[in-house]
Design a protein around this ligand. Structure first.
Ligand code: MOS
Length: 746
């Protein structure tokens, strides 16, 4: 509905739907692989078939003579890059055909460029490599004793003058157990895709990415170009989840190929290629030790993590991170160590750290609660952290107690009979479990631009990304809220490095970073309009004080009189009006306080005793994420995170072949994710209490917290149903069917 510009209207408080929904369902949203500049050629990545060694020679003659082939690139003929080892912006190891060394199975070692995708794929099968193979290290479990500190620890170990060791002596009950989580691989529906072309020394790239500015930096450094020569465009992303937060090999390789052939080149990864060369969640083994006094209060906590890492680059999955801040305790010690392996580089995967750490920590708390014969919720309440125990700082806001209470009530937790195996429905065992969810609140500096057009349309732009999370919606909504115009007048633009810079859409920070920048731009627009009209004889505000004017419902109104004028009228007279806004975290808050989101997750499972199949019957979760900026996109993200939590608990695992170093289930038939039948009724509620210490809009990030806590709640429910404690994720039927003796040895 178009707004009649002459009458003030009630402005909608939130958008009823996703801003980008219509484009998407109409098939009009253009994703990276759908850009087709004239004369586009297709590239296909050839991957190594050994995990470690050196390429001695390559025979490309058959491929070069195959139909449609334009060029075959390998380390023997690829252009030498100015700095073969680049490290911006997220310290990624990439393979750009600069060396004959092979670092992992599946590493990009060649590129075939042809007229069609089919021709490029076929010709790549004709290229033969001769290797000098070396013995790889592909065994995680048997090398735990060799685990080392990360080379660049992102959480340096804290000084301990022995008081922590002393504290254990005061513990009345001590509980200690080991948990493990598998390799997991991101599987966004849209795989990685890059289209690159050059005009002289200027590079344009359409890329499926979580970070257009990061790609720009990486490409500029890789090809030694001035930053302004690189333009990265990404209007839509079909899911990212962390794997598109870094520029992997295929991004510069597409640009390299385009340079060599002098034409646009499209390089799209297929599903198999998503497993290995573009990141994954590392494996972990986590040892947790909990000590409590006679009241069930923690006197000491220890969480030691050993994870896998690629030999070529350290990536820390910080699984013990939440343990430093989640429960009140004076003596917390955490550590992260890694086992070197000849595999691809791990990376951020939805809630890196908390996703793999909370299943272990929250299982351990449940085990301790049973040992103490205490309600698991009561144990958490007794150890409620009023301040961040690790940093010894106040939280910007924390309403976790209310979240526990609300979710427990909606779930019916008070009816729990804690006795394992006490609940049945026909031949199914029923179990209940709960866990705490948490994720840090992140925010970075961001910019936004606003353009008020003479026709009354308002363009709002930011160099951010919408990875399916709702950035378009939040940008448009912020303009609607601040200026009171109808959403039909707002034109939101993002995913373009020509727009003001914004951070990576990772760490659940886009809304908290970009929203305030848009709000700041709206304030700038008011200033600019006020300055224009007070000197404008055609305006009813002529001669007014700028400080007495504000924007309301699409009008510039006076706070001193009834004078008002549609903002569109001002643009009609003065032409397009452009302003910029910037926002960054409040330094005092950043230094002085701890910012996190919180949640309580309750799960009900049914277990088939004869098959070992676990089905989640319902999940009830309540979150404290500050203000719920948009109910549609926010609730959707929390539900999506919970679905992924179910996958973490029951399905997901990338199986590494210990001889060849390849993931053996590198497809969506064998890499199991929850499908509709696995997803039960999910009851998500949000407390919706604004955290205005954190941002002026009061919202904290929401993209990642949903996955946290869920797997722990489900594992705890499986124990309650069966009396079997499964500490090694995922909880597959074979593990459920194990005898207690077998599972102790597993
Ligand atoms: Mo997220 S794993 O920080 O993209």
């Amino acid at each position: 509905m178009m707004q009649d510009a002459s009458t003030p209207t009630q402005h909608p408080q939130s958008l009823p739907t996703r801003y980008d929904a219509r484009q998407k369902v109409m098939g009009k949203a253009t994703y990276a692989a759908e850009f087709n500049p004239p004369e586009t050629l297709y590239a296909w990545m050839i991957q190594s078939t050994i995990p470690k060694g050196t390429i001695l020679s390559v025979d490309t003659s058959a491929a070069e003579h195959a139909s449609g082939v334009v060029k075959v690139l390998t380390c023997f003929n690829a252009p030498k890059l100015p700095k073969p080892k680049i490290q911006p912006p997220a310290t990624r190891f990439v393979s750009l055909l600069q060396t004959p060394e092979v670092h992992y199975n599946g590493e990009p070692i060649g590129l075939v460029i042809a007229k069609t995708l089919a021709e490029a794929q076929y010709a790549s099968s004709l290229v033969t490599f001769k290797y000098q193979a070396e013995k790889p290290q592909l065994d995680f479990e048997h090398h735990l004793a060799e685990a080392r500190m990360p080379k660049r620890a992102n959480t340096p170990p804290k000084e301990d003058h022995g008081e922590k060791e002393e504290a254990w002596k005061r513990a009345v009950t001590v509980f200690e157990q080991t948990y493990s989580t598998p390799f997991q691989t991101h599987n966004p529906l849209e795989p990685h895709a890059t289209v690159a072309f050059w005009v002289g020394e200027k590079l344009t790239v359409y890329n499926s990415t979580q970070y257009v500015s990061g790609d720009k930096q990486t490409l500029a450094k890789t090809f030694a170009l001035p930053l302004e020569n690189v333009h990265v465009i990404c209007p839509y992303v079909g899911g990212g989840f962390g794997c598109k937060g870094s520029s992997w090999s295929h991004v510069p390789l597409a640009a390299m190929a385009a340079k060599v052939v002098g034409k646009p080149v499209k390089l799209v990864l297929d599903r198999q290629q998503m497993f290995g060369p573009v990141g994954y969640r590392p494996r972990t083994v986590q040892k947790i030790k909990l000590g409590v006094d006679g009241d069930g209060k923690f006197v000491a906590i220890k969480h030691d993590v050993i994870m896998s890492t690629a030999r070529v680059e350290d990536f820390v999955e910080p699984s013990a991170k939440q343990t430093d801040m989640l429960y009140a305790c004076k003596n917390i010690s955490t550590s992260h160590k890694m086992v070197d392996m000849d595999i691809g580089v791990g990376t951020f995967q939805r809630a890196p750290g908390e996703a793999s750490g909370t299943p272990a920590l929250e299982s351990a708390l449940d085990e301790l609660a049973y040992k103490l014969k205490m309600d698991p919720l009561e144990l958490r309440l007794r150890n409620y952290a009023e301040i961040d125990p690790g940093k010894q700082k106040r939280f910007t806001a924390k309403h976790l107690r209310e979240a526990y209470q609300q979710a427990a009530e909606r779930f019916g937790w008070s009816k729990l009979n804690p006795e394992p195996g006490s609940m049945r429905d026909g031949n199914k065992l029923i179990g209940w479990g709960m866990a705490t969810a948490t994720y840090p609140a992140n925010r970075s500096a961001a910019g936004a631009v606003l353009r008020l057009m003479p026709d009354g349309k308002i363009m709002v732009g930011s160099g951010t990304q919408d990875i399916g999370t709702g950035t378009y919606t939040v940008m448009a909504q912020t303009v609607v809220e601040e200026l009171g115009v109808d959403v039909s007048r707002v034109d939101a633009k993002l995913g373009d490095t020509d727009l003001p810079k914004a951070p990576v859409s990772g760490g659940s920070q886009s809304t908290a970073s970009v929203g305030p920048a848009v709000k700041a731009a709206c304030a700038q627009l008011k200033l600019k309009l006020a300055t224009l009209v007070v000197d404008d004889a055609a305006s009813p505000h002529h001669g007014a004080q700028t400080g007495d004017l504000e924007i309301k419902d699409g009008f510039l109104v006076s706070t001193k009189s009834s004078a008002h004028e549609p903002i569109a009228e001002i643009a009609k007279r003065h032409g397009e009006i452009e302003v910029k806004g910037e926002a960054e975290p409040n330094e005092d808050v950043k230094k002085g306080m701890s910012a996190h989101s919180w949640g309580a997750v309750f799960a009900e499972v049914e277990v088939d005793e004869s098959s070992g199949m676990v089905k989640v019957r319902r999940v009830v979760a309540t979150y404290d994420i500050g203000r719920l900026i948009n109910k549609t996109t926010g609730t959707n993200q929390l539900q999506g995170g919970i679905v992924w939590g179910i996958g973490f608990a029951l399905h997901e695992e990338s199986a590494l072949d210990k001889v060849y170093g390849r993931i053996s289930n590198e497809n969506l038939a064998e890499y199991h994710v929850p499908v509709n039948r696995d997803v039960p009724e999910i009851d998500v509620t949000v407390l919706d209490i604004p955290d205005t210490k954190f941002t002026p809009q009061g919202g904290r990030g929401i993209g990642e917290i949903g996955i946290t806590g869920v797997a722990g709640a489900i594992a705890n429910a499986v124990f309650h149903a069966t009396g079997k404690r499964i500490r090694h994720f995922p909880i597959t039927p074979d593990k459920v069917l194990m005898t207690p003796k077998e599972s102790a040895e597993a």
